[in-house]
Design a protein around this ligand. Sequence first.
Ligand code: HEC
Ligand code: HEC
Ligand code: HEC
Ligand code: HEC
Length: 433
Amino acid sequence: MSTINRRMFSLALLLAAAPLSAAELPATDSNKHLGVATCAASQCHGSAIPRDSTGVLQNEYVTWTQADPHSKAYEILSNEQSRRIAARLGLGNAREATQCLDCHTDNVPAARRGEKFQLADGVGCEACHGGAEQWLASHYNTGSVTHANNLAAGMYPTNAAVARAELCLSCHLGTENKFATHRMMAAGHPRLAFELDTFTELWRTLGRQPHFRDDAEYRQRKEVPSHSFTWATGLVTEARLRLDLIGSHHFDGIGMFPELAFFDCHACHRSMKTVQWQRLPRHGNGGPGLPFINDGTFVMSLALASAIQPDTVDELQSALRSLHAAGAESVESIRAAAADLDSILGRLDRALTPAALRGHELQLLAAVLEIGAEGNYLDYASAEQAFMAVQMLVLEIDDPELESQLEALGNSLNDDERYRPAQFARLLAELRD
Ligand code: HEC
Ligand code: HEC
Ligand code: HEC
Ligand code: HEC
């Protein structure tokens, strides 16, 4: 290793080891989280109107319940969108799934939950301000207790730019331990995007009253960064945390690609408004958001086998399922599964003679239509193969009644970007009946 390389290497180690901020995130701090109810008394943070006696508004609870989306973060896990996301991912009830609770509530372990703690609070006060166990009783003695004393007792430094960035990003970007994966997005979760200053201001001013007064008195009490510094710090922190995630082995094994949520969504998607994913039998247990191997001709081979070599159909089906499953594993498993499928197709190939096919055209057509009527041509590539097979067979069979329906079928495939699988399946079912 050259000197330069060695130097760069040790620099890289240093960078990797350097924690961005020294503060322990609320999710992993060592104090009990006492619950929003502990903060909400009217003489504390539950005042109906903002107070002027101290710099602190004291109506933060009311602002949070009425205007802060964080107070609804648990509730939305019961809505229709969440129900569908969880069902598609096979997670059961989103309100009970750790994968969802970790970002939508203050999901600390049972041992760190106080008596009034409730998951239903969603992202409550202590999800951002840290477990209050050590500072609850003293933090309001403004005469004798300073902000520094509170921090020493475990309050999270939400006023410090890097620490705040790490806090917000722990949910708005994700960490190794909680992450909104491409699979969640393909199941219907919104895409995440974050900028520290914009989001802080947006969030601070959502209610009729702000979450905190950003005035001279406030800036005197606490060290508070400027907007441009907040922006710059948020930016660099996000970039570094993102790179940590990309470099992490945590997401290995999800598929052939590194986690797709790290890639530019619009590089692959022109539109993400529709979720048409459904579990197809031939895709095995693969979930939403996986790139499936183009299997249009494999599916047609299934139809062919059912007409001329019915005893290979089951084997073919299972090898095709394995190929799709391998797509979620590694490049090597794909190669192995491809070889297996090929050996079965080899048998079909050897059985394929003009004599073997003759007289089976109607059977073949029926198989192609049946597969389609069952909704298996969800992808345009297999629909296109199916159409070409149907057209060829109908013309060969020479049935004017069937021929008259070909045009509508062809039209439904005119534009691959507007392909509607349900419509195509309906047309095939009509042809079959
Ligand atoms: C890494 C953290 C993270 C995880 C994990 C996560 N979410 Fe979210 N979720 C968010 C954030 C942040 C938003 C708000 C995004 C925005 O608007 O910028 C959000 C938004 C949503 C929304 C839309 C809310 C709205 O008001 O429109 C739904 C629904 C949702 N999540 C459900 C789920 C479900 C169900 C799961 C579990 C499968 C889950 N989330 C897992 C962070 C997460
Ligand atoms: C999404 C994170 C988040 C949640 C949830 C949250 N806060 Fe805050 N809070 C902040 C940030 C950021 C600040 C501004 C930085 C600072 O002053 O530390 C702040 C500031 C404050 C302040 C200080 C105002 C001042 O003038 O010094 C109080 C008091 C406060 N929050 C109370 C609450 C209470 C009570 C709740 C629950 C009802 C709550 N917060 C929920 C993030 C949050
Ligand atoms: C424990 C996880 C968590 C933390 C920490 C967190 N958020 Fe959120 N945030 C969420 C979730 C989940 C939602 C979506 C809630 C919903 O729609 O009901 C959300 C929503 C928001 C929204 C509304 C987004 C929209 O598109 O309407 C803003 C703004 C926001 N958060 C800002 C912040 C800021 C600023 C911080 C740091 C001070 C922060 N959040 C910390 C989980 C978190
Ligand atoms: C490398 C290409 C690639 C990137 C980048 C990518 N996706 Fe996907 N996405 C896919 C594939 C492949 C599927 C599965 C397609 C299918 O099921 O028909 C998919 C499926 C989806 C679906 C469901 C579409 C449907 O019709 O069912 C949504 C929504 C989605 N992705 C959102 C996103 C978001 C948000 C991002 C960015 C964070 C993203 N994708 C990045 C390739 C990508």
